[in-house]
Every structure is written in structure tokens, then in C-alpha cells.
Design a protein. Structure first.
Length: 283
């Protein structure tokens, strides 16, 4: 069996479509579909169910999915061991949106300069989902918001950045009192389902503020653009640049103390690629 075909099957399941998986694997959709057909013929079972452009694992596909992932992890570990202890191999990283643009490019550039034999596959996502993927072994490490609970002892955490909450307002309101703005202006809420959004919600509750909510979303760049367009004010972490270009915004400090949003790297201590994670952090 060609293990590339097994990797193709797992990738299709993770992406949910042939087209998205083909982009990730740098293949044409036709070539990827051919790999899946060959694997199905090899195993004598249909592995994927198709509904329009979306795909999902069949009963047989679900039965082999976790063992396929384990086999592929073992294969990557075998290749890593064959380097004789050198720092080479693929590091599977997850990253939140602001980490992808504000932190990860610089980290990857330094890693590439120090360890040219290392490769990285980057998966974007929200903190809660990336946290889960690290725990089940789908990712070697993830650049996420520190959760408001303690991760299991099998995991390690390395803090990279602290981001205080600020009130984001149109530039014309730069001199206004922040609690007054929260009481009078329409409010664009940072999604409470996000770990960072819970910090903003906590601040409002402790300050006994009930703003007039207009929108709630989890995309910080989009929130900044909406504030610039005069749609309201927002409580957001002062995230690492770049911010959207051309915006005329005021970032106003808050009068009450509040914990910052903490960004860092989570990984499994027992991972066979833990030393690649440590090399990434050192870089």
C-alpha cells in the first residue's frame, strides 16, 4: 500500500472536500480522487461518502481513520529517527488568525534559517479546536490563546505574548471616556465562545456595564473595519500587527484592571516531535 494514498484519505476527511484537500496536498482534484479510488480498491471498501462537493467518511472510513492517523504518525517518527538525531522532519502546527499574521511568519523565518531540514504544515483555526487537535495528536503544537482552565499535565505551555484589552473606537472619539463610550455607543462584541472574547465579557460584567450590542463575531480584523466604518465600539485584545491597512482608529486604555489575552504554544510533552517544537520555540 502506498502510504501517500492513506495520507490523502486522512487529509480529505480533515478538509471535508476533495478540492480543499487537493490544495493542501498540492495535487489536482482529479489526481487526488484517483488516489482515493486506488485506496478503496486496495482495501475493498468504500471510504468516503459524497454529497455535492462535500465528502464525509463512510462507516468503513471511520473504522480505519484513527489507525490511519496513528500509522502516518509512526511513519513520520520513523523518518525523523532516521536523521540520526538531526533536527529535520515535519512539524504540524496550528495557529489562530492573529498568530498566523502577527507572530508566525517571524518565527518560521528564524526557524528556517537555523534548521533548514525542518518543514512545517500550518493549520489555521480557533483556539478551542486547535487545543483539541493537540490533545488527540493531530497537531504537534498550536499557537493559541491560553485557556481559562489548566491543560492536562501531559501538555506543556510556553507564553509568547500578552495582549491587554483596549477599547477600539473611531479616531474622532479618541479623547472620550471609555466607560462612557461603552454606555452610549453601539457595541460590537468579540465572540463570547472564543477564549479571548470571554475576557471582554468578564470585564463588562465586573464593571457593571451593559452596552447596546449590535453585532457579535470572532474575526478581529473584521471588528476593526466595522469600528472604522462607524458601526460601534469594541473591546478587543491589542493584537500583534499587522492590522488592516488604512483604518482610522483609537485604541483607548481601560480604567479598570483586567487580565490580558495570553498567546503561547501548547504541545504534548511525550510527542516524538517534542524536540522539533522546542527548536521552534528557541528560534
Amino acid at each position: 500500500m502506498d502510504t501517500r494514498f492513506l495520507d490523502s484519505f486522512v487529509t480529505v476527511v480533515e478538509e471535508g472536500s476533495i478540492a480543499a484537500a487537493a490544495r493542501r496536498l498540492n495535487l489536482t482534484p482529479a489526481a487526488l480522487a484517483q488516489r482515493i479510488r486506488a485506496l478503496e480498491e486496495e482495501l475493498g471498501a468504500r471510504l468516503l461518502l459524497r454529497a455535492g462537493r462535500a465528502v464525509a467518511p463512510s462507516e468503513a472510513g471511520l473504522a480505519i481513520l484513527e489507525r490511519s492517523r496513528a500509522l502516518l504518525r509512526d511513519l513520520r517518527d520513523l523518518r525523523d529517527s532516521a536523521t540520526g538525531g538531526g533536527l529535520a522532519g515535519e512539524l504540524r502546527l496550528g495557529a489562530i488568525a492573529t498568530g498566523l499574521t502577527g507572530l508566525l511568519p517571524g518565527l518560521l523565518a528564524r526557524m528556517a534559517a537555523r534548521y533548514p531540514g525542518m518543514e512545517a504544515h500550518i493549520s489555521p483555526g480557533i483556539s478551542a479546536e486547535l487545543y483539541r487537535r493537540v490533545l488527540v495528536g493531530e497537531l504537534d503544537a498550536a499557537l493559541i490563546v491560553q485557556p481559562d482552565f489548566s491543560p492536562p499535565k501531559s501538555c506543556a505551555w510556553h507564553l509568547l505574548r500578552e495582549e491587554p484589552l483596549v477599547l477600539l473606537a473611531p479616531e474622532a472619539l479618541a479623547g472620550a471616556e471609555p466607560h462612557g463610550l461603552l454606555a452610549t455607543q453601539p457595541f460590537i462584541r468579540y465572540d463570547r465562545d472564543q477564549w479571548g472574547g470571554r475576557l471582554a465579557d468578564r470585564y463588562l460584567r465586573e464593571a457593571r456595564l451593559r452596552p447596546r450590542e449590535r453585532y457579535e463575531l470572532d474575526a478581529l480584523d473584521a471588528i476593526a473595519v466595522m469600528v472604522d466604518r462607524g458601526l460601534g465600539v469594541a473591546l478587543v485584545p491589542d493584537w500583534a500587527p499587522p492590522w488592516p491597512a488604512g483604518l482610522r482608529l483609537a485604541r483607548i486604555a481601560l480604567p479598570r484592571p483586567c487580565p490580558p489575552r495570553r498567546i503561547g504554544v501548547l504541545w504534548q510533552r511525550s510527542s516524538a516531535r517534542a524536540r522539533l517544537v522546542r527548536a521552534f520555540l528557541e528560534a
